[in-house]
Design a protein around this ligand. Structure first.
Ligand SMILES: [Ca+2]
Length: 162
């Protein structure tokens, strides 16, 4: 009987410890939000000039969020990435890879928004000329969230993810 009580106590402590770990990780997630409002993208920021090396430039993140974007799925209230182009690009490819259906929303320096949903199968891409300036980038989804990789490349001859 005593052994049973000890086993139960161990199980109880293990349960409390895991609850503590969950609470701790939530605190850690809140604490990791940068207080500096000047830098508010969630994941990698990019600053690129024509001819940048290495090419491609890669980033990662998690798709989706609590905001309904309209025709580009669900997104976060803040951009996932900020992209600064120091000069005009004749060609830049922004494509995203994920194990499910995601979207790509790019807000141009003039505020115009471009959405791509299913350009490469169910995966999005926004390619072409990009004027110099600062872009906001969101990777959205249709309710199911995915880990993604985003690729920025000047190479018009091949896809980033093959
Ligand atoms: Ca899609």
């Amino acid at each position: 009987m005593r052994n049973l009580i000890e086993i139960w106590m161990v199980a109880l402590y293990a349960g409390l410890a895991s609850l503590g770990a969950i609470a701790f990780s939530e605190d850690a997630a809140r604490a990791s939000i940068p207080p500096d409002l000047g830098r508010y993208a969630q994941y990698e920021d990019f600053e690129l000039s024509p001819g940048f090396k290495p090419d491609p430039r890669l980033g990662t993140g998690t798709s989706g969020g609590t905001e309904e974007s309209g025709d580009c799925g669900e997104i976060d209230s803040t951009p996932d990435h900020l992209l600064t182009l120091t000069r005009d690009f004749d060609f830049l490819r922004i494509s995203v890879e994920a194990p499910g259906d995601i979207t790509l929303l790019v807000e141009k320096p003039n505020g115009e928004r471009v959405c791509s949903d299913d350009t490469n199968g169910v995966l999005p891409e926004v390619s072409g000329s990009y004027p110099a300036g600062r872009y906001k980038i969101w990777v959205g989804d249709w309710g199911n969230s995915y880990e993604y990789r985003i690729c920025l490349s000047q190479d018009s001859s091949k896809q980033c993810f093959d």
